[in-house]
Design a protein around this ligand. Structure first.
Ligand SMILES: [Zn+2]
Length: 143
């Protein structure tokens, strides 16, 4: 059976274990603390610095940001937050006062619109197309 290397984060130690090939990628218990230790291949990937950014070898053209793979280099970051990794911001909930204000505004506008529509004028007091059309084809009541 082949020999594999494992790394225990707890002990900060590397140990070797003989494992079945099919079990090689599974974590192995640490001989010191008997915690599950991952295989070194996955943990210790080779990195290179390019454009001031760590890139994993083999280079797939991707970048690594805080241990996470990203497609693009961060051009603008808030702190250390990469835009690709940043969670979408939750839409800010309007405050109670704002809701009431917008509701009042909408109600007022709706009321005014209804009023203007009734009299066939726009918000500047000018006659609307509706009124003009009505004038062209006046409807008489009762024929
Ligand atoms: Zn250990």
């Amino acid at each position: 059976m082949p020999l594999y290397e494992y790394y225990c984060e707890h002990c900060n130690g590397i140990f070797e274990a003989i494992r079945q090939m099919r079990d090689a990628s599974d974590p192995s218990p640490c001989p010191e603390c008997s915690r599950e230790a991952p295989r070194m291949m996955s943990t210790f990937a080779a990195f290179t610095m390019r454009d001031g950014y760590p890139r994993r070898i083999p280079d797939k053209g991707t970048y690594w940001h805080m241990g996470k793979e990203v497609k693009q280099r961060a051009k603008r970051m808030k702190g250390f937050e990469h835009p690709e990794l940043a969670k979408p911001k939750p839409t800010p909930r309007p405050k109670r006062g704002e809701v009431a204000a917008s509701r009042d505004k909408a109600r007022t506008e709706y009321g005014e619109a209804g009023y203007r529509d009734k009299w066939g004028v726009d918000q500047y007091g000018m006659r609307t197309a509706k009124t003009a059309k009505k004038k062209k084809n006046p409807r008489t009541l009762g024929g």
